[in-house]
Design a protein around this ligand. Structure first.
Ligand SMILES: *[C@@H]1O[C@H](CO)[C@@H](O)[C@H](O)[C@H]1NC(C)=O
Ligand SMILES: *[C@@H]1O[C@H](CO)[C@@H](O)[C@H](O)[C@H]1NC(C)=O
Ligand SMILES: *[C@@H]1O[C@H](CO)[C@@H](O)[C@H](O)[C@H]1NC(C)=O
Length: 515
């Protein structure tokens, strides 16, 4: 017992020294709302908080707020038990150095498989009761780090792969998710529940997925930080797919630091997504991503600002006014804003991008979804054709009359990667090469700055990373973010920029939402 106390005190001391906290300022009643991962770890070490208390707090908040927000599909029935286990591990062995995520509750988007008592359904009744073969690769890593899978976050059903008519944040199993800042405002998607839940303190941290905008956009609309990693940096093994060419899993959190801690845990090789994760492993920096959380991260960074739609801030759009202050913050932090960027053949690039993405994704969806469904242990549906039939059979439940399933129907008509798809894919490669890549190299940019999730198609088609950070609130109180996008593997630079901006601006505030 004496040794335990001794070690514990030592760790608290080390923790305080390391994190630069003054003991007098820490109150005995630990405020969980808005706490960062680091705050929580300090509270654990000081015995002011247990993982169990933390999980119970979030479960109470979910019970209180979720009937309106609809950000959570399922709560893990074993969450309290897992938290108790994490607490015991810490008590039994205070000297072991653990991951920063140890004992931290996380919500994962409902298209990310968990092999536990929870369902993995992409929000659809069609997959309810299906049994996944194993945890998704990212969930394996989270559990190994000691994180508590608190539950499944809601989403735009099938990650918005079913129909363009279905609204963002709607899925059959939970209904319409609500923006906690402005109830009547679009919460955006498809990682809607992941963004809402961290914004409204229903969880400490969350995971989303992005194919084109699905992390960046809801993060922007719910005033949180989202990292869309380079494709392949995080495993898509066990993730219900749209297209492996663009799908990526990333953190959605309240701060850049928390997002970087999560990124550190989830990156790396996975044999269930072998080719892409092996290829992207070369980008993982020695010592991880936390070292790039530098307060002066903006200094000397070359940031591209353009007037082209999708590449920047279109002229006379009203957007410029919203971003006047954020851009000023970047300048004041020592960044070099490279303005008046020229993109030759912009119109062609834009057309190739949108037409190509649509054609390629329509064919890839069927191929990848069918492969995922075949891998399930048991499932009510085994193919895209089965899902379409299920939706027709349960059309009331799935609101087929209202929202349709046009993208599914179009996809079902395709027959693999033929001549048309090959042409589209070539178009996409060229659009990236002569668009974004040329731009980045020609102007020697560290990042391209874009408003909201406006730049997401550019980042999507080339598998490039992006980080979005809260930048302000418009007149009606709707949040908006600023996005930094870079070349593949440029997460270290993007984290420096995002963190530098966040520390200089600190605009995020929790929603004043009352149920
Ligand atoms: C505590 O951690 C040390 C170092 O990892 C390990 O050798 C030891 O077996 C652990 N003790 C318990 C009780 O888990
Ligand atoms: C998973 O779905 C089944 C219905 O198939 C349901 O009975 C069960 O409660 C669900 N699990 C959770 C954790 O909600
Ligand atoms: C390729 O891009 C051009 C525009 O640059 C467009 O007109 C054409 O339809 C695209 N083809 C495919 C198959 O995507």
């Amino acid at each position: 017992m004496a040794t335990f106390h001794f070690h514990n005190t030592l760790l608290v001391f080390l923790g305080l020294a390391l994190f630069g906290f003054n003991i007098d300022t820490v109150s005995s009643e630990f405020p969980i709302r808005e706490a960062t991962v680091r705050d929580i770890q300090i509270a654990f070490h000081q015995n002011k908080l247990t993982s169990k208390k933390l999980v119970q707090f979030y479960i109470r908040e979910i019970e209180r707020l979720n009937p309106v927000l609809r950000a959570v599909i399922e709560v893990n029935p074993d969450a309290v038990k897992l938290a108790r286990k994490a607490d015991l591990e810490r008590e039994a062995n205070a000297t072991v150095s653990r991951s920063l995520l140890h004992g931290i509750p996380i919500l994962v988007k409902d298209n990310i498989a968990t092999k536990d008592k929870m369902n993995t359904t992409a929000g659809s009744y069609a997959l309810l009761g299906s049994v996944v073969p194993r945890d998704a690769g990212v969930v394996v890593r989270l559990r190994k780090a000691g994180a508590i899978i608190l539950g499944k976050a809601s989403l735009s059903e099938w990650a918005h792969g079913r129909s363009p008519k279905a609204p963002s944040g709607w899925c059959a199993r939970t209904g319409q998710a609500v923006n906690p800042y402005v109830e009547s405002q679009d919460p955006c998607g498809s990682s809607t529940g992941s963004a809402i839940s961290v914004a409204a303190n229903l969880a400490a941290i969350s995971l989303g997925t992005e194919t084109d905008g699905s992390i960046l956009c809801p993060s922007s609309f719910n005033s949180v930080v989202g990292i869309k990693p380079t494709v392949g940096l995080t495993s898509r093994g066990g993730v219900i797919p749209l297209t492996p060419r663009q799908d990526t899993v990333g953190p959605i959190c309240r701060t850049v630091s928390d997002a970087a801690y999560v990124l550190d845990v989830i990156v790396g090789y996975d044999r269930h997504d072998a080719v892409a994760t092996r290829e992207a492993s070369k980008y993982i920096p020695n010592g991880g991503y936390v070292q790039f959380l530098k307060p002066d991260g903006l200094r000397g960074k070359r940031l591209g600002i353009s007037n082209y739609l999708y590449f920047g801030f279109p002229k006379n759009s009203g957007i410029s006014q919203l971003f006047k202050q954020p851009l000023q913050t970047l300048r004041q932090g020592g960044a070099i804003l490279v303005d008046h960027i020229k993109i030759p053949n912009y119109e062609t690039i834009k057309d190739s991008m949108f037409i190509g993405e649509q054609i390629a994704m329509t064919a890839e969806l069927k191929l990848s979804l069918n492969a995922y469904l075949k891998g399930l242990i048991t499932s009510p549906v085994r193919s895209l054709a089965d899902i379409i039939a299920f939706n027709n059979k349960f059309s009331d439940l799935e609101k087929i009359g209202e929202y349709g399933q046009d993208d599914f129907l179009e996809s079902e008509k395709t027959n693999g990667i033929g001549e048309l798809e090959k042409k589209a894919l070539l178009n996409l490669t060229r659009a990236s090469k002569y668009g974004f890549e040329r731009l980045m190299r020609k102007y020697k940019l560290d990042a391209l700055v874009t408003p909201f999730a406006q730049g997401s198609p550019v980042l999507a088609i080339g598998g490039y990373p992006g980080i979005i950070v809260p930048a302000g609130y418009d007149e009606g109180g709707t949040p908006y973010g600023i996005c930094f996008g870079g070349l593949r593997g440029s997460e270290p630079k993007l984290i420096e920029i995002a963190y530098g901006f966040e520390q200089a601006s600190k605009v995020r505030k929790p929603p004043s939402f009352k149920p």
